[in-house]
Design a protein around this ligand. Structure first.
Ligand code: SF4
Length: 372
């Protein structure tokens, strides 16, 4: 069955969910309200990974709505995307990187998505004009790479993906293009069964143009034989895969799970890239975020179990001012470093805050007043 038809079989309603879960009527009513606001969509492949006998199954929690989503503490734009938007669907936050919001659709919807404001909901922020992007990139020679994201760009037709690559790789100053995708997890056959896509990827690799897939694998159980097959097919076409993981409450907030994940990634040829502090997104923060203090301890304990190759990832807070690495804790102070700063003057800047053991985001740490 082709992948577009397969998507039509997704679980999208509470009635469908009831075939797998016992959902009481009062909860069903609330879940319907939540789904009306932020749609649910679960591929049959991902559904097959859920342990329905386990009420705390981490795989289920990532895609099945919870009444905890009624908590609207937080923001819908935690990384300052609005401020980085140059025109609809086109962001330029860091000098070297342009970002394109290519679609609002995904194969399945993660309940913790930081673009929850738009995924599955609205085309309003979606890129519409490739010629405008081409003109912008032509004038900005400092841009050496483009991140095509969304939503999930692998939801676009192969023809459109080719168009992106044709246009972007026409520039000498574009060294590489990245696709941000969770399709290898949710719908691996989108890759493994699309010969045309695979041949386009190979075509550009043969022309010495580098394509990266920035995948998001959050739990070791998401690494399935089907995912490995898709990953191997990509690698054989010259694509390099880097992984980013969101550290989340009751999903992967254990040193053992995090270490197992990074080891498994390396064993199948995916590079550990980032572990992200869960952003304080509305309907996500109080559901999935753990304090940075606890998160830091988990990351360090996981690293203690890993070889150097598997712990290359950086533990990052993707803040509106840039990607901030959480470096360490000493006494009652916590240390941060700008890994990638919106203001280039901040690049590499080391700074500290007073430790607050329940803080989940930068602003929740008190600024230290220097003594004169
Ligand atoms: S696949 Fe990515 S964009 Fe889509 S819902 Fe999940 S995190 Fe958000």
């Amino acid at each position: 069955m082709d992948w577009k038809k397969e998507l039509k079989n997704n679980i999208v309603s509470v009635e469908q969910l009831k075939q797998y879960y016992q959902i009481f009527n009062k909860d069903a009513h609330v879940l319907k309200k939540i789904i009306d606001r932020h749609p649910m969509s679960i591929t049959r492949h991902y559904l097959s990974l859920i342990d329905f006998d386990d009420p705390d199954d981490p795989i289920a929690k990532m895609v099945i709505p919870s009444i905890k989503e009624l908590d609207i503490t937080g923001s819908y734009d935690t990384s300052g995307e609005k401020l980085s938007t140059k025109f609809i669907g086109f962001q330029h936050k860091y000098p070297q990187t342009a970002l394109i919001l290519s679609t609002y659709r995904c194969a399945a919807y993660c309940r913790f998505c930081f673009r929850k404001r738009m995924v599955g909901i609205s085309k309003d922020e979606i890129f519409q004009n490739i010629d405008r992007a081409v003109n912008y990139i032509k004038k900005h020679l400092e841009i050496n790479n483009v991140l095509i994201t969304g939503g999930d760009p692998l939801m676009l037709s192969t023809k459109i993906l080719k168009r992106f690559l044709d246009k972007l790789f026409a520039f000498d100053h574009i060294d590489f293009v990245r696709f941000g995708t969770k399709v290898p997890v949710y719908l691996p056959q989108r890759i493994s069964e699309d010969k045309e896509l695979l041949s386009i990827l190979k075509y550009y690799s043969d022309k010495k143009k580098q394509i990266y897939f920035v995948v998001q694998i959050d739990h070791p159980r998401e690494i399935t034989p089907e995912l490995i097959k898709a990953v191997n097919m990509l690698k054989r076409r010259g694509v390099i895969l880097n992984n980013q993981t969101v550290l989340m409450k009751d999903i992967n907030d254990s040193p053992d799970v995090l270490a197992e994940l990074q080891n498994k990634l390396v064993s199948i040829g995916i590079n550990p890239y980032y572990v992200f502090q869960c952003r304080p997104v509305k309907r996500v923060k109080n559901h999935f975020q753990i304090p940075i203090y606890s998160a830091y301890k988990i990351v360090e304990q996981a690293k203690a179990k890993l070889n150097g190759h598997s712990k290359r990832f950086k533990f990052i807070m993707s803040h509106k001012t840039g990607k901030i690495e959480i470096i360490g804790i000493m006494n009652d102070e916590i240390f941060f470093k700008y890994h990638q700063a919106k203001d280039p003057q901040n690049n590499g800047k080391l700074f500290k805050r007073r430790l607050n053991k329940i803080a989940g985001w930068l602003e929740e740490f008190p600024v230290i007043k220097e003594e004169s």
